[in-house]
Write a protein that binds this ligand. Sequence first.
Ligand SMILES: [Zn+2]
Length: 324
Amino acid sequence: MTDDRAVQTVTGRVAAADLGRTLIHEHVLIGFPGWQMDALAPHFDRAEAMTRAIDQLQELRDLGVGTFVDPCPMDLGRDVEFLAELSQKSGLRIVCTTGAYFEAEGITHTFRHLPVEDIAAIYIKEISEGVGDTGIRAGAVKIATGAHRVSDYERKLVQAGARAARETGVPLISHTQEASCGHDQIDLVTGEGVPAERLLVGHSDGIDDHDYHRSLAERGSFVGFDRFGISLIVPDEIRVKNVLKLAKAGFTKRIMLSHDSIVCWQGRPVPFANRHEDVLAMLPDWRPTSILTKIVPQLRARGLSEDDIATILVDNPRRFFAGA
Ligand SMILES: [Zn+2]
């Protein structure tokens, strides 16, 4: 269905070769299921959020970023019209996804009783026709699994996602919890006939374990070092060390860098922080600019060449979307 070399952004198709420097896993808006029930959460103001997001994305554009991939699951406050307006106003390309979150933190009720074929058909509809009646099409599939064990629900959704990817040619971006179950995800995706290189195993940087990273890369999948700045899980020094190790082991072409940052929260961000400012005070580098301003200089100083850095930031996302 989808031309192998075209990428579906929220404002239309572009050639994969034109994506430029790409942040492969960031978020504009996140609202955990039920955020509207929290009457004591900070008020969400759409116009204010738009202004903040435009500023943030323009800052990224000034740093040479061309494309912002927002793999927000359908059940975490995804708003593709917000993304399309933001893309037009900021001048940054944005790619959105179809797919739902893992069982413990998503809206499981809706998909629990649907068979895998129906869920795959829903995903395919969002990729080929658009989300709702917006005409805004998803450019990738989001899949997600919980910690250390894939539940029956998650298995069904990963299989549905893989079938949608197989039918449409878009790639898959995953969430893993506690950097576990990456190999289960690869098994499930390849079991549906999708090559491992069409999958980015997300949040693999959540564990200081080079052998795990390498084992994913050896199977051909992309390895997500995509939570830079979340020092509560792993300090960035450890992430940098593991990126360098994987590159030196010959797997530069399998590395993806991002922050999983969130520009605007709907509701309170996390149980221990009521406001976005509180989160940033705790995690000062959890901003979508950190890789370009802080991490890339470190990688360069510790031996990665300009070619390696371009491979990671430009070529890997291009190959991931182009399927080549
Ligand atoms: Zn995320």
